[in-house]
Design a protein around this ligand. Structure first.
Ligand code: ZN
Length: 286
């Protein structure tokens, strides 16, 4: 298969984000198709944006898998019955995954007692397990709490650890303890020192690796240390747009292939298969 004919699955993005204009979706999707990115999982973050995610998936079901969840940044700012609303939405949409949910102890997260985040996350982990839906998880400075929650629930439904930036040791520990855990890599990994990021990328087992843009965030920011660590990639890399979109997944493919010392064609096929395993049974995977 030629590089031009590869197909890619963007395992996590946010096409409903207000930074994408209402009339832009068709152009974004056609640029995505032209780049070989023919499937994507679109994640809702709060009750308010679920209807928009639903509308995008309804209009573009051949490309888009809907995911509905409560992101940690919105915890404490939702109607009391948010969990009932989430359950109803998932039951009404058998093709949907659960996400984005998770844990965030960074300063970027709005103030909220961390215990509340943990209980909201566990409720969604249990719901995904009960309904056997893939779960898309945000985890920032909270890998210990994530591992505790996974050890408690022992999910068998796929758990996609989105924009994974954790250490190689955590990859090995989570991958061996949880056969349904997947590690999804976005441009966020370029915030790490390259040596650490490359160790992490090489530690991810081949059958657990996914690629994502996290669009409109998740752009690659490659400083001089990165350019030195991966000179082959840097020479061929086009400049990174301010606002990421699914077509940018080709750059992630190039980066991860260079970091792992693998070919782009093989890595595209591998990550496509893995994403279809995560979203197995959902319409976009067929
Ligand atoms: Zn996200």
């Amino acid at each position: 298969m030629a590089v031009s004919s590869i197909r890619l699955f963007d395992a996590h993005c946010h096409l409903q984000d207000a930074r994408f204009g209402a009339g832009e979706l068709d152009d974004i999707l056609s640029r995505s198709r032209a780049a070989g990115v023919s499937r994507m999982a679109v994640n809702g973050c709060c009750v308010e944006d679920w209807p928009l995610v639903h509308a995008i998936a309804a209009a573009h079901g051949e490309m888009v898998v809907a995911n509905y969840g409560l992101h940690p940044w919105w915890v404490g700012r939702q109607p009391d019955h948010w969990l009932d609303l989430l359950r109803q939405r998932l039951l009404a949409n058998p093709g949907a995954g659960l996400g984005e949910c998770g844990l965030d102890r960074s300063r970027r997260a709005p103030p909220c007692p961390f215990e509340e985040q943990v209980s909201v996350f566990k409720a969604q982990l249990l719901l995904a397990q009960e309904l056997q839906r893939p779960l898309s998880v945000h985890c920032v400075r909270a890998v210990g709490h994530l591992r505790e929650a996974l050890a408690e629930v022992r999910p068998t439904a796929p758990v996609l650890l989105h924009s994974w930036c954790g250490a190689a040791e955590d990859v090995r520990a989570i991958a061996s303890a949880h056969p349904s855990a997947f590690f999804s890599v976005s441009g966020g990994i370029s915030a790490l020192p390259p040596a650490k990021a490359i160790r992490t990328l090489r530690a991810i087992p081949a059958d657990r690796l996914l690629l994502e843009t996290d669009a409109p965030d998740g752009g690659l920011r490659l400083g001089p240390a990165w350019l030195e660590a991966l000179p082959g990639f840097a020479r061929s890399a086009p400049p990174c747009p301010e606002r990421q979109e699914p077509a940018g997944l080709r750059r992630m493919l190039a980066l991860v292939a260079a970091a792992r010392g693998e070919g782009e064609v093989g890595l595209a096929a591998l990550t496509w298969r893995n994403a279809c395993a995560v979203f197995a049974g959902l319409p976009a995977a067929r």
